[in-house]
Design a protein around this ligand. Sequence first.
Ligand code: HEC
Length: 309
Amino acid sequence: MNKLKEILNQQLDIIKSEPVRAFALLYPYLLVIGIGFGLLYISNLNIISRQNIPIVLSDTTQVQDIRLAAAQTVPAIDIFKLSQPTDSLLSKGKLLYSTNCVACHGEKGLGDGAGGAALNPAPRNFTLKDGWKNGSKISEIYRTLQEGITGSGMISYNFLLPEERIAIIHYLRSAFIPDAPLDTKDDLTTLDQTFNLSKGMQLSPQVPVAAAINLISDESKVNSEKINSILAQINNESNDIGAQLFNKVAKSKMLALAALSSSNQWQENKNLFIKLVSESINTAGFSNEVNSLTSLEWDALFNYLSKKI
Ligand code: HEC
């Protein structure tokens, strides 16, 4: 034990008096410590790298496709009349609430519906007073239903008619919201003007993007099937003068037929036909050969194709 102390003391003396030698003496210890940490690091790599994976927060801002909606006239309403809850508004509101809102806001308006369990921010508990983003006046909830709340699961309910929204609002306010604040006359006037309530409006039809893509691809599928079958017929009828002329002047038969089947106006008369064919020389359907067609050949080609397409 004493020996050990003696050695340590000697080394301490050296450290104090000769720093360079001290470093040389300490070097083996430093090396061992360094290697030790290195080995420790490597043996824990698994845990370390797992901890380096960033925490993923689930994204609750869902991107929703627009709904399929027919063109509709939004009937004008008199917000001053409708600002008073009536039995009929309340029962209509209750029904609409149960079909549109219960899933998230819950039967009792506590924000505890199963559909809202994973949402962040959570659906509003209507019975609590604090933390409303737009507020709980009629005019404020109307804005929420018109615009939704950005960055949350609360989407816009602008597909509900204004009167339906007012009905739900009355139901919310009477069933769940304690001491629901009243709108002033100014609030209602602003509401009326902001959303054109007393004018009504014409809404254009809307097709969800996904459905539109399907429609277009179905349409082009039908189109290309049609073109393929016309092409097969033309190939079969190679004795027909019309088919021969078509084969002669079409640079790409598919493109030529696509150009012709994209409109049927040309079938009305030969001049429109000639115009369309001449134009599609540029779009690669027909070749310059069309310029050498005689008037009789144009007739034959026109008669042949207008029966086919
Ligand atoms: C998909 C779930 C979901 C549905 C369905 C839903 N909401 Fe919400 N709602 C939410 C969420 C989430 C919030 C909280 C938004 C926030 O605090 O940012 C919210 C907030 C609200 C608010 C409070 C706005 C404010 O000022 O803070 C109102 C009012 C509201 N919703 C009404 C309705 C009505 C009425 C319906 C039915 C027509 C409905 N919600 C349907 C999820 C939903």
